[in-house]
Design a protein around this ligand. Structure first.
Ligand code: KIV
Length: 256
């Protein structure tokens, strides 16, 4: 099997059906997603909650992200691995952006990075692309800004905010990103962006019309105690399955 390239992801723009992508944070799940032929694996900063148990994506550090990126890239042969840049690893300056993206690629083995933002991070994206670092953009709901936005709300509901998100998506495209995540925006806006820009859109909580979809792995397999967000279809209840296995194991040991 050949390694997925950035061009392969860009080619999904012309695909008749949407492509499926997922997050992963460890060696075993990365091996499973790779075996399933998932073309793009995101080592999301959602690792902050799923792996490290923080409440939001704000606290996770570069070192914590680097550990999970390394684990995932060791498990992957075929999928393109995109590493999320954690909060304040790119916002302070273009120099910091390149340095930290370089660490995720050179030490972590990632093939690309993702960062949140539109027009205000255009110079960061341009500098990364110029340095040879492929970038996946992310607009709409941006969880790293949860303190500023006062919670996780659907974005782009007013004409003014929808127009800004469209401008942001165009800025990400013209800065050289190879794709863009559209998180929690109305389907009509996601459709408009998908039709307007030439790079693939990857939706989460933004309806069914994007070129691709992404979900958090733990949500679709039901691994966490918490209820997954409304937009995540839960295909299994592994929390309960594993709890039952551990209980049966305990009973067996106590009996012997
Ligand atoms: O961190 C993450 O998991 C993400 C996806 C939800 C897009 O950014």
């Amino acid at each position: 099997m050949k390694k997925t390239t950035i061009q392969n992801i860009k080619d999904f723009k012309n695909s008749p059906s949407p492509f499926a992508t997922l997050t992963a944070y460890d060696f075993c799940s990365a091996q499973i997603l790779d075996a399933a032929g998932i073309p793009l694996i995101l080592v999301g900063d959602s690792a902050s909650m799923t792996i490290y148990g923080y409440d939001t994506t704000v606290p996770v550090s570069m070192n914590e992200m680097l550990l999970v990126v390394k684990a995932v890239t060791r498990g992957v042969k075929q999928s393109l691995v995109v590493a999320d840049m954690p909060f304040l690893s790119y916002q302070p300056s273009v120099e910091e952006t390149i340095k930290n993206a370089g660490i995720l690629m050179k030490e972590g083995g990632a093939n690309a990075v993702k960062l949140e933002g539109g027009q205000h991070v255009a110079s960061n994206i341009k500098a990364l692309v110029k340095a040879g670092i492929p970038v996946l953009g992310h607009v709409g709901l941006m969880p790293q800004s949860v303190n500023q936005t006062s919670g996780y709300k659907i974005q782009g509901k007013t004409d003014e905010s929808a127009a800004q998100i469209l401008k942001d998506a165009k800025a990400v495209e013209s800065s050289g990103a190879f794709g863009i995540v559209l998180e929690c925006i109305p389907e009509a806006l996601a459709t408009q962006i998908t039709k307007t820009i030439s790079i693939p859109t990857i939706g989460i909580g933004s309806g069914d019309t994007c070129d691709g979809q992404i979900q958090v792995f733990h949500d679709i397999i039901g691994l966490t105690k918490n209820k997954p967000p409304k937009h995540a279809k839960q295909y299994a209840d592994l929390y309960t399955t594993i709890l039952n296995v551990v209980n049966k194991y305990q009973i067996d040991i106590k009996k012997s």
